[in-house]
Design a protein around this ligand. Structure first.
Ligand code: ASP
Length: 356
């Protein structure tokens, strides 16, 4: 064999080995499914510098096309579950989403799941999924504060990092996570704190679960509350949730809204109370009356951080109220809606607020 021919064969073998190695490496990549629901991350404006835009205008395929290198992190499949701004997220969509996650998570072909979602109600949806999905596999929510067409859109890197977390075995068993602006939050503790800033999500009481930097993750903690596989909530047969209203307390509050809610068919009322879950005397009386009619009243707080304690300024034992502990009003509403799928004694309901 002449030396030219020999060199060609060696090169061909080398190319074959390289392509086989690539195929093996690709075979080892985790499989991540992205479930898209809409939000600003899928939003589009007419120019890159205008504040006005339409949420939920871009599909999952277009979002993925805007993130260079994302396919090196994982084999990615996308599904469009809805395409709404999260102000229009509903329990109907969430039930469908939770059921789809539970189905996907059972498959050996799925290692992690990412959900793209608007930021406005991301905390409620994250908490709902935290209580209703039954898997240890990473379930990671992500959104953005700027639409996909904006200068310095934050969506592409957020999505990249979310896929990086969903593909990471270290993310397993930590409940539903939210990845935004390099931070990894637990569903129980995060809350939206700024209407417009990119660094909007904080976990004021408990801090971060970890950080995600260009697909590399550091985990600091695991949320303590019961979630996912340890949660007792089974939504497999559920098609609707009981009505629970949130009523905002303030100076010289009128009790009329509490009366209207209790009289209008609410099964539960969450008070976004002043301070440590307080309200004025006339409203306490209205809420106590609602309890007598069988409505469950949970005291939460309109204050951004801190806990609402039982029997502190109000005698919850006597009035029949539940204290929300660490849950803000919007998350207290999610927990109460799920809890009221069954009849439960006040003590059991109170324990749920300590446990979840
Ligand atoms: N209104 C948008 C939404 O929640 C805001 C966002 O995604 O940041 O869908």
């Amino acid at each position: 064999m002449n030396s030219f021919k020999h060199r060609r064969i060696v090169l061909m073998i080398a190319a074959l080995v390289a392509s086989l190695q690539l195929a093996t490496a690709q075979g080892k990549k985790p499989n991540v499914t992205i479930l898209a629901t809409g939000g600003t991350i899928a939003g589009a404006g007419a120019t890159g510098t205008q504040a006005a835009y339409t949420s939920g205008a871009v599909t999952i395929d277009a979002m993925l096309a805007a993130v260079p290198g994302i396919k090196d992190l994982a084999n990615i499949k996308g599904e469009q579950v809805s395409n709404v701004g999260s102000q229009d997220m509903s329990f109907d969509i969430l039930l469908k989403l939770a059921k789809r996650i539970n189905e996907l998570a059972k498959s050996n072909d799925v290692d992690g799941i990412v959900i793209t979602h608007g930021t406005d109600t991301m905390e409620e949806s994250a908490f709902f999924l935290n209580l209703t999905v039954k898997t240890d596999k990473p379930v990671v929510m992500v959104g953005s504060m700027r639409p996909s067409t904006a200068v310095s859109a934050d969506g592409p890197l957020n999505l990249y990092n979310a896929v990086g977390v969903a593909a990471d075995p270290k993310a397993k068993g930590r409940g539903v996570l939210v990845v935004m602006n390099d931070w990894i939050h637990g569903a129980h503790s995060l809350t939206k704190t700024s209407t417009t800033a990119v660094q909007t999500f904080m976990s004021p009481l408990r801090g971060l679960v970890g950080v995600a930097t260009f697909g590399k993750n550091d985990f600091y903690s695991s949320p303590e509350w019961k979630h996912t596989t340890q949660s007792e909530f089974d939504i497999s047969q559920v098609t609707a949730l009981p009505r629970v209203d949130i009523i905002y307390a303030d100076l010289d509050m009128s009790p009329a809204l509490i009366d209207a809610s209790a009289g209008g068919g609410a099964k539960g009322i969450v008070i976004a109370g002043v301070g440590n879950g307080n309200m004025n005397k006339v409203s306490v009386d209205a809420a106590a009356n609602a309890v007598k009619k069988g409505v469950v009243v949970v005291r939460s707080s309109r204050v951004a951080t801190g806990t609402v304690g039982r029997n502190v300024e109000l005698d919850d034992d006597k009035l029949g109220f539940i204290a929300s502990d660490e849950l803000n009003p919007q998350k207290a509403r999610v927990l109460l809606s799920l809890a009221l799928l069954k009849n439960r004694e006040p003590k059991e309901l109170q324990d749920m607020f300590y446990k979840y």
